[in-house]
Design a protein around this ligand. Structure first.
Ligand code: M6R
Length: 460
C-alpha cells in the first residue's frame, strides 16, 4: 500500500493511475473533511441552519428525499436512519419519477435533494416542485456553487473535493455520511436518542477511519483482483443484500455496469427466491452480503438453492468468528472486511464493490474514468475548479485538521493533513465535475433566486 504525504492511499504516479481508483482511495479524507464541518465540541452536531433550525424542524411531519443515480442510492440509505432515529416517515424517490404521480409533499415536508454536481436536471426539477408545494428544501451537494444550492433554502455540503472520474465513489460515501448525520439532527429536534446520542455520534465519527481500515486491509484487494479475474468471462451477476445493505447492492451493481460493463443487478436477498432464482446457474455468479449471524441464518437456504444450481457464490463478509460458518463454507470465495459497528457497515461494505468495478474494468481493458454511461452534455461541472478551491482550500487554511477518533483508541487521532494550498483532494488537472449534466439549466428552471447558505461551512 503506497501512501502520499497527504495521507491518501495509492496516489497516482505520474498521472498513470485512473482517477476512479484514486478517488476510491480518497474516501477516508473526503469523509473526514465532510464530517469535520458538522462536528462541534463534546459531540455537538453543528447542523442547525435553516431549514434545520429547531422551529422549522418541529413543523416537519415527513421527509422526502430525491436524487439520481448513485446519489439516489445514498438517498436510500437515509430512509432507514431517519425513520429509525427520528421516527419521521420518509419517502425516497428517483428524481426522474418525481411529479409523475400524486405526491404528499407539502408544507409539512422536509424535501432533500442529493447531488454531487448540483446540476442534474431531474434533481433540480424535483426540488423545484417540492418548493412550489411549500416544502422546506435542503440540498446535500458537493458543488457549493451550483444551481441546486441556489434553489434550496439550505445546503449541507459534502466536502469530497474535486471529482474527476465520471463514476461516483467518494461523493457517494460522503453523501451517505451527511444523510446519516441529518437523521441524527432530526432525532435531536424531537428530543429522541438522548441516551444513545454520544454512542451514535461517536460511531459515525469513526466512519473515515473504518473506510481507511477496509482500504488498507491486506487481504481485501488481492481477493478482489482474484474475483475480478474470475468474473471477467461472465456476462451477468446478481448482488444480494438485506435491509441497510440493500442500497449498497444497488450501488455496487450500478458501478459494475457503468465501469466494468457487466450486467449486474442488485436485489433484496429475500426476494430472490420469488422468480429471479430461475436465472441462477453456472453462468451467473451471485455476490451476497452476509455479516450478522441473523443474516447468515436467513441466507442459508438461499445459498443451498444457489449451490444446487451450481451458481458460483461470492460472499462479502467480515472477519471474525460467526456462530454458523456454514454459509462461508458454501461460498466459492469470501471478500473479507474488517469488523465494524453495524450502523457503519453499509458505508464500508460498498468498498469491495467499488474495487471490484475498478479491477474488472481494468481486466476488460476499459477506460474506467470515462465509461460513458452517464448522460452529460459538453459543459460539465461548470466552475468546478474554482468551486473545489472555495470548498476545500479555505477549509484547510482556516481550520485545524479534523481529528477522527480511531476505534478502541480514545484520543488517538487520524489526522487529515492541513496546509495544502489547493487541498489534499485537489490533485489533478482535469476539471470535469462528475455528473454535471445540465450545465446549470435545470429543466424546470429550478433557480428560485433564493440563496442557500452559499455553501459556506458551518465552522469557523
Ligand atoms: O451529480 P449528481 O449526483 O446529481 O449525478 C447523478 C448521477 O448522474 C450520478 O450519480 C451517476 O449515477 C454516477 N456518475 C454514477 O457513478
Amino acid at each position: 500500500m503506497v501512501m502520499d504525504g497527504l495521507g491518501n492511499m495509492n496516489p497516482p504516479k505520474n498521472g498513470d493511475r485512473p482517477y476512479f481508483i484514486k478517488e476510491i482511495n480518497e474516501q477516508p479524507n473526503a469523509l473526514a473533511y465532510t464530517l469535520a464541518q458538522f462536528m462541534g465540541q463534546n459531540f455537538q452536531l453543528k447542523m442547525n441552519r435553516p431549514p434545520l433550525d429547531d422551529q422549522t424542524l418541529k413543523s416537519i411531519q415527513k421527509t422526502y428525499i430525491t436524487a439520481c443515480g448513485t446519489s439516489y442510492h445514498a438517498a436510500m440509505t437515509a430512509r432507514y436512519l431517519i425513520e429509525e432515529f427520528a421516527q419521521i416517515p420518509t419517502v425516497v424517490e428517483p428524481a426522474s419519477e418525481c411529479g409523475r404521480h400524486h405526491s404528499l409533499v407539502d408544507e409539512t415536508t422536509l424535501a432533500v435533494a442529493v447531488s454531487q454536481s448540483g446540476r442534474s436536471p431531474d434533481t433540480l426539477a424535483a426540488l423545484d416542485l417540492a418548493r412550489r408545494r411549500g416544502a422546506h428544501t435542503l440540498a446535500v451537494v458537493n458543488e457549493a456553487d451550483s444551481p441546486l444550492t441556489e434553489a434550496a433554502m439550505g445546503t449541507l455540503l459534502t466536502l469530497a473535493g474535486k471529482v474527476h472520474s465520471k463514476a461516483s465513489t467518494k461523493a457517494f460515501t460522503s453523501q451517505s455520511l451527511v444523510l446519516a448525520l441529518l437523521g441524527l439532527r432530526l432525532a435531536q429536534s424531537r428530543n429522541l436518542l438522548r441516551k444513545e446520542w454520544r454512542q451514535e455520534i461517536e460511531s459515525f465519527s469513526r466512519v473515515p477511519e473504518m473506510i481507511r481500515e477496509a482500504l488498507m486491509k491486506k487481504d481485501l484487494e488481492p481477493k478482489v483482483i482474484e474475483v475480478a479475474k474470475f468474473l471477467n468471462p461472465y456476462f451477468q451477476t446478481f448482488i444480494l443484500a438485506r435491509g441497510h445493505l440493500l442500497p449498497m447492492a444497488l450501488e455496487g451493481a450500478l458501478k459494475l455496469k457503468e465501469v466494468a460493463k457487466i450486467h449486474a443487478e442488485g436485489y433484496p436477498a429475500g426476494e430472490f427466491g420469488h422468480g429471479p432464482l430461475a436465472m441462477a446457474g453456472p453462468d451467473t455468479p451471485i455476490i451476497m452480503f452476509s455479516f450478522s449471524d441473523e443474516e447468515e441464518a436467513n441466507s442459508l437456504s438461499l445459498a443451498f438453492e444457489l449451490k444446487a444450481r451450481n451458481a458460483p457464490l461470492i460472499l462479502i463478509t467480515e472477519d471474525g468468528p460467526k456462530k454458523d460458518q456454514a454459509l462461508a463454507s458454501m461460498a466459492d470465495t469470501c471478500l473479507p472486511l474488517p469488523q465494524v459497528p453495524s450502523r457503519l457497515r453499509p458505508m464500508v461494505a460498498v468498498i469491495p464493490l467499488q474495487l471490484l468495478a475498478f479491477h474488472l474494468g481494468q481486466a476488460r481493458g476499459l477506460d474506467v474514468d470515462h465509461p460513458g454511461g452517464t448522460l452529460q452534455p459538453e459543459i460539465r461541472g461548470l466552475g468546478s475548479e474554482d468551486t473545489a478551491k472555495s470548498q476545500i482550500g479555505p477549509q484547510i487554511k482556516s481550520q485545524p485538521a479534523p481529528q477522527i477518533l480511531a476505534p478502541g483508541a480514545p484520543g488517538s487521532p487520524v489526522s487529515v493533513q492541513a496546509g495544502s494550498q489547493s487541498g489534499p483532494l485537489d490533485s489533478g488537472p482535469d476539471q470535469a465535475g462528475n455528473g454535471g449534466q445540465a450545465g446549470g439549466q435545470g429543466k424546470a428552471g429550478a433557480r428560485s433566486g433564493k440563496k442557500g447558505n452559499g455553501g459556506a461551512p458551518d465552522h469557523p
